[in-house]
Design a protein around this ligand. Structure first.
Ligand SMILES: Cc1cc2nc3c(=O)[nH]c(=O)nc-3n(C[C@H](O)[C@H](O)[C@H](O)COP(=O)(O)OP(=O)(O)OC[C@H]3O[C@@H](n4cnc5c(N)ncnc54)[C@H](O)[C@@H]3O)c2cc1C
Length: 379
């Protein structure tokens, strides 16, 4: 990153509302570097070949195929884009991580849910809050797709009120391990994961605590059946039960009582990524809809010639263009802010957390707007 970029007066989070925007500072997809274009193209190639061409398998609850594709994505390095190089990842910038998330999510929500749960909430709590030993032990396996991760926060009585979970962590008499007991539900990737990020309460602590827990049925871990969902049919979603499951004390994430902060910060980064994950589906739907409208003849003319159809396609394209532009503009702001913080002495992890937090307004707007648009586009 050049000194110019580091020093430039980037609009801070939310300032687009009150400050003049310098047009040269607005990033667009035309500004992508050669490396970013190659990353986008190889992601798209993977999606066309492995996902788009086999959409029936995803509709028909082929959970094993989702897992197989996750493993192939790992072999191609697509699970490691955001992981620092020191832990076996590619250590690419925020815009590149958005690009991969965008293009990998276009063909099926089943795969994009598995991808998001693994690379986001399944891996990030360790890269952001893990000790050096925890990172060295778990992150390279997660980055390569040798292992898959899941995130256990939600419980029957703890959804939006995530800090109210009843899962308990009890310290052993010798002080060497915690025993975890409780019920988690709607856990993505549960059916094929090798490890969980689990949140549990120690004694009567105000806040929950995070743990890294390896998936071993012999250690008091059992699961419910796959949930019957209205969509994302091949994304594994199960209940997970912990019954006096032992976890060594060194697998606590960060400090006792810090779990709620970890849980929320992992979800913060997920907001803008969710917007990215709703972009390529719009591009693909617009392409398919346009093709169909040109081919389908009624009243002796392609239906594309009717005003109402043209208006629908135009609205779909308009929303997609606005969503794409706003998502990458915010992503580049975040990337620049991360670089500025790193230049000022923050670790990459601190810089990323703060960078995303600073653009919380943009991330929240994008999450809501882009997910609404992908819904109306497909309707
Ligand atoms: C497909 C799928 C995959 C999931 N994967 C995971 C996973 O991997 N790991 C995990 O931990 N969890 C997962 N979840 C759970 C998800 O995070 C929860 O569904 C979410 O936190 C909301 O909780 P809830 O569904 O219990 O809704 P509730 O909290 O019961 O909310 C119900 C309704 O009330 C509204 N509401 C709640 N509180 C307020 C308030 N204060 N003000 C106004 N309205 C309010 C909500 O907006 C919502 O409309 C998954 C869920 C689904 C459906």
């Amino acid at each position: 990153m050049s000194t110019d970029t580091v020093n430039k007066d980037i609009l801070r989070g939310g300032q687009f509302l009150v400050k003049e925007t310098n047009c040269e500072d607005v990033f667009t997809l035309e500004d992508l570097s050669e490396e970013q274009r190659m990353m986008r193209d190889s992601t798209k190639e993977f999606v066309d070949r492995e996902l788009w061409a086999h959409w029936e398998r995803f509709e028909n609850k082929d959970y094993a195929y989702t897992e197989e594709c996750m493993r192939k994505a790992g072999e191609l390095g697509l699970l490691s884009v955001a992981v620092p190089e020191s832990y076996g990842g590619m250590g690419m910038g925020f815009v590149s991580t958005m690009l991969v998330c965008d293009y990998i999510s276009g063909a099926t929500g089943s795969f994009s849910t598995a991808f998001g749960a693994h690379t986001g909430i399944g891996t990030m709590p360790i890269t952001l809050y893990g000790t050096e030993e925890q990172k060295q032990k778990y992150v390279p396996r997660l980055a390569s797709g040798e292992w898959f991760g899941a995130y256990c926060l939600t419980e029957p009585g703890a959804g939006s009120d995530a800090n109210s979970g009843k899962t308990k962590a009890v310290l052993s008499a010798d002080g060497k391990s915690y025993s975890i007991t409780g019920q988690k539900m709607w856990i993505s990737n549960a059916g094929f994961c090798n490890m969980f990020i689990v949140f549990a309460r120690i004694e009567d602590d105000k806040n929950i605590t995070g743990f890294i827990l390896e998936n071993d049925p012999a250690n008091g871990i059992s699961m419910g059946d796959e949930e019957k969902k209205l969509g994302i049919h091949s994304s594994s979603t199960r209940q997970v039960f912990f019954n006096e499951t032992k976890v060594p004390v060194e697998n606590m994430l960060s400090e006792r009582g810090n779990g709620f902060k970890i849980a929320m910060n992992a979800l913060n980064v997920g907001r803008i990524k969710l917007a990215a994950a709703c972009l390529d589906a719009q591009r693909r739907v617009i392409g398919e809809a346009t093709k169909y409208a040109n081919e389908r003849i009624q009243f002796k003319t392609p239906i594309m010639n009717f005003g109402a159809i043209k208006s629908k396609i135009a609205t779909m394209a308009t929303n997609c263009y606005a969503d794409e532009s706003a998502s990458y503009r915010a992503a580049k702001n975040i990337e620049d802010r991360i670089a500025m913080r790193e230049a000022a002495g923050n670790t990459h992890q601190e810089a990323e957390l703060k960078g995303v937090e600073e653009y919380a307004i943009e991330c929240s707007i994008l999450k809501v707007a882009v997910s609404e648009d992908v819904q109306s586009c497909t309707d």
